[in-house]
Design a protein around this ligand. Structure first.
Ligand SMILES: [Cu+2]
Length: 385
């Protein structure tokens, strides 16, 4: 793959930063790095347990996607310990208008799980709860973290157990998290909904190619999910009494690599109709897209990716002016677009079969004033004559 401009400029930037890395957060605080292009690759100096204990602690209230928890785009003050709580819920979810259902495996009851938002060098302290009403063992692997299989090795919880994991968010970007209990259970849990994302913002916020500050008025978290439901001899989707009972049937369908459903936010129609995403002309909207298992290619029909972090890394400069962008399976990325016309926009996986037949479509409803300069219907469809 060819290097993007952002990657190229990132190299010289890393070289520059390597000599200043020891200064860590002090340098960032002093503004030495702020003027220089994108965001910091410098890592803050390690803290002792006593220093971490002395940091301010905040509790982040989780909200269900597509919404994000309350957060500042530019960090106020120094690093914090951000406490979050995930309760694992095994539950039946209906996936489409025909009533296809799955025993979904979820963090906090939603597919995808809730988005966490912190700043680079904050500490995330997750309490992971597996109530005794569940039947399966679970854990969590944070792609944003360093060590122990992304935390997966330290967070195995059986029904009736809970654990606490703390990790330092050293990399700025958007990263997925997912359950990864081991072996075939890893794709089984991920394709039953057990994934989500964390956004680690640069402490001084998002930036464009020249280091100019970028802000969003609204942000939405779109989690794309592939499901692999099995059917009976009559071509009807099978149903089950308990979570995990579909294991063998599901594995057979998973092995075909052909999903029965590809949807946004858990089910067909989760982000359309009454659930459409709302914005106004002039709103800069950050569209965050995660896919824990399978490649995808978001496209906003009628708009553009004005700034796109396709890989999710905020260390690299965003690409600009894209029609369609790529999100690799196992990653999350984002596109920033300021709406210029009112109306209905479909935000799709631009494999249009996956968008329309399988379900990977969201709708933006945008209000505001029409701009004839950008588009005008010069002649309505009429008989040729
Ligand atoms: Cu799990």
């Amino acid at each position: 793959m060819n290097k993007t401009d952002g990657e190229k400029s990132g190299v010289s930037r890393r070289t520059f930063l390597s000599s200043t890395a020891v200064a860590g957060t002090a340098a960032i605080g002093a503004g030495l790095l702020v003027a220089d292009a994108v965001s910091s690759t410098a890592e803050a100096a390690p803290m002792s347990e006593e220093q971490i204990a002395a940091l301010p602690r905040v509790t982040q209230e989780m909200v269900a996607p597509p919404f994000l928890p309350k957060h500042d785009q530019i960090a106020k003050g120094g690093p914090k310990v951000v406490e979050v709580r995930f309760v694992i819920e095994e539950k039946i979810m209906v996936l489409d208008d025909d009533g296809a259902e799955i025993w979904a495996l979820t963090f906090n009851g939603s597919v995808p799980g809730p988005m966490i938002v912190v700043h680079q060098d904050d500490y995330v302290e997750l309490t992971l709860v597996n109530p005794d009403t569940n039947v399966m063992e679970h854990n969590i692997d944070f792609h944003a973290s360093t060590g122990a299989l992304g935390g997966g090795g330290l967070t195995h919880v059986s029904p009736g157990e809970e654990c606490v994991l703390r990790f330092k968010a050293t990399k700025a970007g958007i990263f997925i998290y997912h359950c990864a209990p081991g072996g075939v259970m890893i794709p089984y849990h991920v394709t039953h909904g057990m994934n989500g994302a964390i956004m680690v913002l640069p402490r001084d916020g998002l930036k464009g190619k020249e280091g100019e500050p970028l802000k969003y008025d609204k942000a939405f978290f779109i989690g794309e999910q592939d499901y692999y439901l099995a059917k009976d001899e009559d071509d009807e989707y099978l149903t089950y009494e308990t979570a995990g009972e579909d294991y063998a049937d599901s594995l057979a369908v998973m092995s075909t690599l052909t999903p029965s459903h590809i949807v946004f936010n858990g089910a067909v129609g989760a982000l359309t109709g009454d659930n459409s995403l709302k914005a106004s002309v002039g709103d800069a909207v950050l569209m965050i897209h995660a896919q824990a298992n399978r490649d995808t290619r978001p496209h906003l029909i009628g708009g553009h990716g004005e700034y796109v972090w396709s890989t999710g890394s905020f260390t690299d400069a965003p690409q600009t002016g894209l029609e369609t962008w790529f999100i690799a399976g196992g990653a999350a990325g984002a596109a920033l677009y300021t709406f210029k016309q009112p109306g209905v926009y479909a935000y799709v996986n631009h494999n249009l079969i996956e968008a329309v037949v399988k379900g990977a479509t969201a709708i933006f409803e945008v209000d505001g004033e029409w701009n004839d300069d950008l588009m005008k219907q010069v002649k309505k469809p009429t008989a040729i004559g």
